[in-house]
Each structure stands twice: as C-alpha cells, then as structure tokens.
Design a binder for this molecule. Structure first.
Ligand code: ATR
Length: 277
C-alpha cells in the first residue's frame, strides 16, 4: 500500500488525514496517510527518514513550504513559479517532484463561493510562504493584487521574487488611509498571515471592512476564525474561512499522486455542516 504524510508544526489539528481518508474511500484507492510532527530545525532529517521508510508522497504545511521547495529536484510549473511547495511526489526514478496546489485550490474555492472573477482587485494581508504560494494562479486568472504586511520589507521581497510582475504591488501599512482604500476599490480581501494560529488578528485598520467586500481567511477552525470574527464585528457580510481551500488543495494533491480527481463538493458540504457559525 502506498504511504503518504503531512509534515508540519503544529500538526496535531490537521484535517488532512481525514480528508484524504474520505478521498480514498470515495475513489476506492488504498493508501496510508499520517501526520508527522517536525521540530523546527529537523525538516530535512524527518523527510529523508520518511523517504527511506518507503514514503510515496507528502503534503507540507506551516512553516516548511519554502524548505520543501529546496529539497525537490523537479517541479510542476505552478510550483516553479511560486517558489513554495505544499505537495511532493516521489517519482519512480526516485526524483522528488515538488508541486504547489494551494493557489489552484484557493482559486477553485473562491470560484465555488463566487467570491472572485478575473477582474477582481485583491488586497492580500501577509507576506510569508502562505501568501507567496497563492499569488501566481490568482494573477494568471486575471486579478490584480496589493500586498499589505506588518513588515514592509517582506512584502517588497515577494514583489521582487515575482520580478515586479504587472498587477502585483504593495503598500506600506502606515500609508493606508480611508481615502486611499476607497480609491482602490477592492473586491476581495484575503488574510494570509499566520496570526490566527496564536488567536491574534493582523494589525490592520477596520476601515478595510465594508458590507459589499468579500473576506477570506486562509486559516480555518471549528468555530469562526479571529480574523473573520473581527470582520463580522465591523460589518462584513460575505466571509469564508479556508476549509474549502484545504479540501480543494488536497484534491489536487490526490490527483498528482493517483491520477484521479475526487469529488470535493460533497466533502466540503460535509465539513461545513459541522460549523458553529
Ligand atoms: P507562512 O510561511 O506560513 O506564511 P511565515 O513565513 O512565518 O509563515 O509568514 C507569516 C506571515 O504572517 C508574515 O507575513 C507575518 O508578518 P511579518 O512578515 O511581519 O512577520 C504575518 N504575521 C504573523 N503574525 C502576525 C501578527 N500577529 N500580525 C500581523 N502579521 C502577522
């Protein structure tokens, strides 16, 4: 039986093993899928142990996606462009193939939710690996993105990484005034910071909240996420957390490993039924 795993820190609450179990049942594929907790400085050792023990592929989550990119020796186009890897497949040749299914998974979920169209103007909060990993498919779809981040330099680095590509820019947090915000007319605001993990919200002025704008948090939780709670308090009406993205990205990983695309709609519905908000 083929063996897969999700590597991360923290990892205890990852839903990936449950999602992959549902995919396997749905498609009749036999696979093992486990969680692997990785101490912060041990990613390469843990991954190499997994390969030696016969691992066939993996998902990589916070905070190892950039490290995962470095250990691959071949890449899908979308992984190459984003510089971040969340899915690995060990090829028959033993080469390590890196893919990024986060961006395409997010785009699929945003389309399902009708939160996006090719002309959408997006304000992206955060400039870490999670933010970097989702930019390429959104720009390719036609959207324009402005990054805003606690540390301006990190936002600048992402712009540089994408070679100052058209439709991608960043703004300093301190220049973010009501006038400027109203002028820019964003359609969708995405929280890609890791602040929710510690129960915090990014330090962004509440002037970004309007009832007609869509708010999406890459983070997910059994109850409403801190960012979405904050959005709702200030009057947001159209909000979603990242559970749909999690399931969609997992489906693209499953497809890379097995060549079969699971039906995600039923599974997203099942997870959302358990929500408390
Ligand atoms: P990941 O690779 O998962 O995205 P990361 O590279 O550590 O994780 O990046 C986390 C992002 O969340 C960064 O943009 C970080 O801001 P800085 O660049 O200033 O470090 C942002 N972030 C984390 N905690 C935050 C908080 N409490 N408020 C605002 N931004 C936060």
């Amino acid at each position: 039986m083929k063996t897969f795993a999700v590597f991360g820190n923290p990892i205890k609450h990852s839903l990936s093993p449950i999602i992959h179990k549902l995919f396997a049942e749905q498609t009749g594929i036999l696979q093992k899928y486990k969680r692997i907790y990785v101490p912060l400085n041990n990613f390469y050792e843990k991954f190499s142990d997994f390969i030696k023990s016969g691992g066939n592929g993996a998902n990589i989550t916070i905070p190892f996606k950039k490290k995962a990119y470095k250990l691959c020796n071949i890449y899908t186009r979308r992984a190459k462009y984003s510089g971040v890897v969340n899915t690995i497949k060990i090829m028959k040749s033993k080469e390590i193939l890196g893919d990024n299914t986060d961006g395409i998974g997010l785009l699929k979920d945003l389309k399902n939710l009708k939160f996006i169209n090719p002309k959408s103007k997006i304000l992206l909060i955060g400039a870490g690996g999670a933010a970097q990993g989702i930019i390429y498919p959104l720009i390719k779809f036609g959207c324009s993105i402005t990054i805003i981040n606690r540390t301006y330099k990190n936002a600048k680095n992402i712009i540089k990484y994408f070679n100052n590509i058209k439709n991608l820019n960043c703004i300093k947090l301190e220049y973010f005034s009501k006038n400027l915000f109203n002028q820019l007319k964003y359609h969708l605001i995405i929280n890609a910071t890791s602040s929710s993990i510690k129960g915090n919200i990014p330090n962004i002025p509440s002037l970004i909240i309007k009832p007609n704008i869509f708010y999406y948090d890459l983070f997910y939780n059994i109850s409403i996420t801190p960012f979405l709670r904050w959005c709702r308090i200030y009057g947001a009406k159209k909000i979603s957390d990242g559970i749909g993205m999690l399931i969609e990205q997992a489906a693209y990983s499953f497809y890379l490993w097995h060549g079969i695309m699971p039906n995600t709609k039923i599974i997203i519905k099942k997870f959302k039924k358990n929500y408390l908000y």
